[in-house]
Design a protein around this ligand. Structure first.
Ligand code: ATP
Ligand code: MG
Length: 583
């Protein structure tokens, strides 16, 4: 019997070990598996396409600040180049003079660098305007482009529908000479905005609407942030993007899925122009729950003052996340974790929060702060005595990460919610007759408290156990709870801003008006919190864990006279709990 049991035990152990092993192999396989773009690149390298060269680009339009969705594209483009010994260009896609601005150019460069990436060349589509003009002339000369005088409505109507072919406008068969002359005149400013466009002459019956004589150039008498008033005609996206890729000899031009239907036109133009054969590949854009991501909507939030600015800590912008206390590592990690897909999906914002928590747990310095104070008086502690206690900066760091001095005295601030007049059974904090440990300090027992005329507790009276000091405790006492505190005489004051999700619904972009589902409680301000004195030395960008309260970051508006902290994230995912409670 014993033998059989032993045998069975061994057998089960063997199965368990094997399955563990299989799991390990699976994990390793998973680590090594390539995403679909890596597969394409490795195949291109293997077959010697482009001589094994990899050149990607990140092509923002300078019409807003970068957001976390852009971070996904940045991590992908720069990451691929790093992995395959290649390079990445930063190209400003500045073909729309009305909405673009140098403020955006500067912020974009700043954000990319902050994320930890360096581009090979800084380029502007507007630098190619002359070349693009020549390309257009080449198409006209090949009989593949024409000037159309129709109004936008007429053009749209003549384009047909996905089930009906389009019909030619009266201008489609202009001679090459006439087209050359008119296009030249368009450039010279002879016509008003909208009076004429240049269109490719492709196929009005194509099942792909983008191939039905797409517009290549439009007239726009507007000042451009780089070319000034030199141009009054501007190329459309489709006649700028692929051509810029080609001019730069980009090997893998990676964009988001909505450009899939543009790919046929991308290839057609490159082929007809007989220029460098860049290729376009598409991945799913990042959608994040409880936020909006389009720059147009974010700009609306800024302009209509729903938020403080592009870098409001509730914004999904890189600058907002930075101000909130997100680190570049946490964002890169997040992008790595979500990977890239070929199908649209929605990523839960709690994954982003998980990533910053994980990072800050390793790096943030622990400090004490009291947001909703009541006074605790240690009745048996000598009046006027101050002890300088030592608190480790981060006990999670192996070998330590230094320490700071925490002054301790007779009167302390503690959190209001750490005291209850009539505590329930399992309340391991303070109440009449209850004991707790004061973090880094002594065990105290509450023997009394005082209330004001409204019945609000104002002071809590305790005695301390002199031989219970943390690290040298000989009291033999055991207590279940530890609470944080700040010495009233030594505390500094600070404003603390507590953030929550900016929207109340998972997918605000799907609402008729996304502004109607803003979370009215997305910002709560604690005007006067008490913080331990060492926090006066805090610097923005260095994470701090306020013990038991969350991770915090000094706000960029903070001054020596008025310290301001932002809560980056709570210590636990409170939303997950809410959902469970509700279910
Ligand atoms: P938005 O829709 O927010 O205005 P956009 O696509 O117009 O964004 P661009 O400045 O043109 O913004 O984008 C630069 C690059 O970033 C493009 O290659 C684009 O595909 C990519 N990108 C933009 N938004 C996302 C996103 N949510 N997820 C992944 N990549 C994105
Ligand atoms: Mg765009």
């Amino acid at each position: 019997m014993v033998f059989i049991n032993l045998f069975l035990f061994n057998y089960l152990l063997f199965i368990a070990l094997m399955s563990n092993f299989v799991l390990m192999i699976e994990e390793e396989k998973e680590e090594k598996s390539l995403n679909f773009i890596e597969e394409i690149i490795e195949e291109d390298i293997r077959t010697g396409k482009h001589g094994g060269r990899v050149l990607t680009r990140f092509p923002p339009e300078p019409n807003g600040y970068l957001h976390i969705g852009h971070a996904k594209s940045i991590c992908l483009n720069f990451g691929l180049a790093q992995k395959y010994n290649g390079k990445t260009n930063l190209r400003f896609d500045d073909t729309n003079p009305v909405t673009e601005d140098t403020e955006y150019v500067e912020s974009i460069k700043n954000d990319i660098k902050w994320l930890g990436f360096q581009w090979a060349e800084e380029l502007y589509t507007s630098d190619y305007f002359e070349t693009l003009y020549e390309y257009a002339v080449k198409l006209i000369k090949k009989g593949l482009a024409y000037v159309d005088d129709s109004t936008p409505e007429e053009i749209a109507a003549a384009k047909g529908s996905p089930t009906e072919p389009g019909i030619p406008t009266p201008y489609r068969d202009r001679s090459i000479e006439e087209n050359l002359k008119l296009f030249q005149e368009m450039r010279e400013g002879k016509y008003k905005d909208g009076e004429k466009v240049l269109r490719a002459k492709i196929d009005l019956a194509s099942p792909n609407m983008h191939m039905r004589d797409p517009i290549l150039y439009r007239i726009k008498h507007a000042h451009h942030h780089r070319t000034g008033d030199k141009w009054c005609i501007y190329p459309m996206y489709d006649f700028a993007h692929g051509q810029s890729d080609s001019i730069e000899k980009i090997t893998h031009s990676i964009c988001t899925l909505e450009f899939v239907p543009h790919r046929q036109l991308y290839d057609w133009l490159i082929e007809q122009l007989e220029i460098f054969p860049s290729k376009q590949y598409e991945f799913a854009r990042l959608n994040l729950s409880y936020t909006v991501m389009s720059k147009r909507k974010l700009l609306q939030l800024v302009n209509e003052k729903y938020v403080e600015g592009w870098d409001d800590p509730r914004m999904p912008t890189i600058s907002g996340l930075r101000r909130r206390g997100y680190t570049p590592e946490s964002i890169r990690n997040f992008c790595e974790r979500i990977g890239i897909q070929k199908r649209e999906n929605m990523i839960d914002v709690s994954l982003l929060e998980f990533c910053i928590r994980e990072d800050l747990n390793k790096t943030a310095w622990r400090r004490m702060a009291v947001l909703d104070p009541i006074k605790l008086i240690i009745t048996n502690y000598p009046e006027g005595q101050v002890e300088e206690l030592i608190g480790e900066n981060n006990p999670e760091v192996e070998g330590g990460d230094g320490s700071r001095i925490i002054p301790f005295s007779k009167e302390l601030w503690i959190e209001r919610e750490d005291f209850m007049e009539n505590p329930p059974k399992k309340f391991f904090r303070l109440g009449p007759g209850l004991s707790v440990r004061l973090k880094h300090a002594y065990i105290v027992e509450c023997h009394d408290f005082k209330k004001d005329e409204n019945g609000k507790v104002t002071e809590v009276y305790c005695t301390y156990v002199p031989n219970s000091k943390s690290g040298e405790d000989t009291s033999g006492l055991k207590v279940k709870g530890t609470i944080h505190w700040v010495s009233t005489d030594h505390a500094k004051e600070a404003e603390v801003r507590l953030y929550d999700r900016l929207f109340n619904v998972e997918n605000p972009a799907a609402e008729e008006d996304f502004r109607k589902v803003l979370n009215p409680e997305s910002l709560k301000v604690v005007p006067k919190a008490y913080i331990e004195p060492d926090l006066a030395n805090a610097v923005a960008g260095k994470g701090y864990q306020f013990i038991r309260l969350g991770y915090f970051n000094l706000d960029t508006s903070s001054t020596a006279e008025k310290l301001v902290f932002n809560r980056t994230v709570t210590l636990k995912d409170s939303w997950a709990k809410e959902v469970k409670k509700g279910s």
